[in-house]
Write a protein that binds this ligand. Structure first.
Ligand code: ATP
Ligand code: MG
Ligand code: MG
Length: 558
């Protein structure tokens, strides 16, 4: 009973299982390079790799692809583990590092040299580029290509020992300088680089290239399906060459197969780690976990749930050609998840004072409020109502157009969970003319849940009681990039011109209902009529800080 093949990769796995390939095993891996924080694109790969293992009763390794020490750090290793766990996946005892295989990889390289399939090359990087040729022109063989096995063995050993300067020599595979596939024109396998590695320290001064280390790491771990993004499609012959030539006589439990899928691109979002790193290092955002970042830690701090991210990854599916997903779909997924989960509370972001002149000075009524009409099991709470309240500035207009159902001079609205009030008088600042207070009356027969007036009022506003409300700071976020088309062009140096100058707007004088007292960082709420919000760790005892996760209006449509 094989899982329904809902994407082309499952088709491949199902076919493999039917033929009992790999003795019926399914073993995937998620192989991040610890040179940055994981982003929503990585979540797609995590859901795919761990998801396949879960569905097929197989295994998925977490492997740190740590073969380039110049950019890798322990901080990233730790954040990656935290993020994968938070997303809800478990690698059990199968956490590995490519650097664990450095000695084995070195021995495989020695074997290639002995078989006449690799050589030490002294061309400069510039020369190597020239010799490489182009898509329309075959490459030229390096003058060092014919070095003897003995000389190559000696030089490679001395490269390891540190006898040569950085970048002075490389080890190359001897494949085919006329291959139509540029990746097969004697690719570099090892480079000399003196850099302290986060795990192996200064033990090595030569490091293997990705195209060499990756297939071998897969094979050593018994990976059956090695899933990567499309840009590696024309590296696949090299992937196979490395395994064939290094391991042909080793007893391989299985032969890993590289399968490429389309990477995730999102509108209005930068995704490449290099660019994200620039945003952090150049201070465009406050850190890797800035709630505007598409990183897992940024999304978490913003208030996204693992469920919403997994749902998103499910809905976007897995395809063989690149496309860009509308970020509105991600926003749709978090709304869907929080709609029935998040308590609905009242918060006023830009307060306007309202005095209810016929309401007794010393009275505070406890109004009964349901916590979530979508989910009655969440129960009710009490909200204090008193003579002085605050409403939203934008819920009042002095000269409203027709069909304006909020508050205006002489007009009535219902206060949610409370009474119908009528605006009797508008008080303005003498100097600026700005509306600073409304004087209203309430109708005691209109109490919510006990309305005996039979009156119908069209507008319903949220509010907080002045004497009881808690001070809050609210951070409103917009997309980081102004343009939809976030075209991931690595060469594009001008991409920062598209940064949205209003991606963060901070409101400092917000007021929230008192039931939120002591709300823990990470707690999520729906602020009625405003959107979904999450308590930020910057909150202090005297002041809650909220991040807007997403507004209420859903712009996603199928
Ligand atoms: P970036 O290009 O953002 O630097 P990367 O591919 O270099 O990403 P890795 O740490 O090597 O980053 O990625 C780990 C795994 O996640 C790889 O298997 C890679 O294919 C996958 N991955 C990275 N970005 C995306 C994406 N946008 N969509 C889907 N999978 C991705
Ligand atoms: Mg990579
Ligand atoms: Mg990269």
């Amino acid at each position: 009973n094989l899982p329904q093949p809902s994407n082309f990769i499952k088709n491949i796995v199902n076919e493999d299982l039917k033929m009992n390939k790999n003795d019926g095993r399914v073993h995937t891996r998620f192989p991040p390079e610890p040179n940055g924080y994981l982003h929503i694109g990585h979540a797609k790969s995590i859901c795919l790799n761990f998801g396949l293992a879960n569905e097929y009763g197989g295994l998925c390794n977490l492997r740190f692809d740590d073969t380039n020490p110049s950019k890798e750090e322990v901080e990233f290793v730790e954040s990656i583990q935290q993020d994968v766990k938070w997303l809800g996946f478990d690698w059990g005892d199968r956490m590995f590092y490519a650097s664990d295989y450095f000695e084995e990889l070195y021995q495989f390289a020695v074997k290639l040299i002995k078989a006449g399939k690799a050589y030490v090359c002294d061309l400069s990087p510039q020369e190597m580029k020239e010799y490489r040729g182009t898509l329309t022109e075959p490459g030229k063989e390096s003058p060092y290509r014919s070095r003897s096995v003995e000389e190559n063995l000696d030089l490679f050993e001395r490269m390891r020992k540190g006898e040569f300067p950085n970048g002075s020599r490389v080890l190359r595979a001897k494949i085919d300088m006329a291959s139509p596939n540029l990746n097969m024109r004697d690719p570099v396998l090892y480079r000399i680089m003196r850099a302290t590695h986060h795990r192996t320290g200064d033990k090595w001064c030569i490091y293997p290239m990705y195209d060499y280390a990756h297939p071998l790491s897969d094979a050593l771990e018994g990976i059956t399906h090695s899933i990567c993004t499309l840009e590696f499609e024309d590296h696949r012959p090299l992937y196979d060459w490395v395994i064939d030539n290094c391991m042909q006589d080793s007893h391989l439990e299985s032969r890993p197969q590289q399968i490429e899928f389309a990477r995730l691109n999102l509108t209005n979002t930068v995704m490449s780690k290099r660019k994200l790193r620039e945003l952090v290092e150049e201070g465009y955002v406050k850190g890797w976990d800035d709630p505007r970042m598409p990183t897992i830690s940024g999304l978490r701090r913003r208030g996204y749930t693992p469920e919403a991210i997994r749902d998103f990854c499910d809905r976007i599916g897995v395809a063989k050609s690149n496309s860009t997903v509308d970020i509105a779909l991600l926003e749709h997924c978090i709304r869907e998840d929080l709609n029935s989960k998040a308590p609905r509370v009242m918060a006023v972001l830009r307060p306007l004072k309202v005095v209810i002149t016929n309401y007794s000075e010393n009275l505070v009524e406890e109004m009964e409020a349901e916590n979530n009409p979508e989910n009655p099991e969440m129960g009710t709470r009490k909200i204090p109502f008193s003579r002085v309240i605050y409403i939203e500035q934008e819920d009042f207009m002095e000269n409203p157009p027709k069909k304006y159902f909020r508050l205006a001079p002489g007009q009535e609205v219902r206060l949610k969970h409370a009474y119908v009030i009528k605006c009797e008088e508008v008080i303005k600042d003498e100097k600026t003319g700005e509306v600073i207070e409304l004087r209203c009356t309430y109708d005691p027969t209109t109490k919510s849940g006990a309305d005996t007036s039979g009156r119908k009022v069209k507008g319903t506003l949220h509010w907080v009681s002045a004497a009881n409300a808690l001070k809050a700071e609210v951070r409103l976020y917009e997309h980081l990039l102004l343009e939809d088309d976030a075209e991931e062009d690595e060469e594009n140096t001008d991409w920062k011109a598209k940064l949205n100058p209003n991606s963060l707007v901070t409101l400092n004088n917000c007021l929230v209902e008192p039931s939120l007292v002591g709300a823990a960082p990470g707690s999520r709420y729906q602020f009625m009529r405003q959107g979904y919000f999450c308590v930020d760790p910057d909150s202090t005892e005297g002041k809650l800080v909220f991040n807007r996760i997403v507004g209420l209006r859903d712009s996603w449509s199928k």
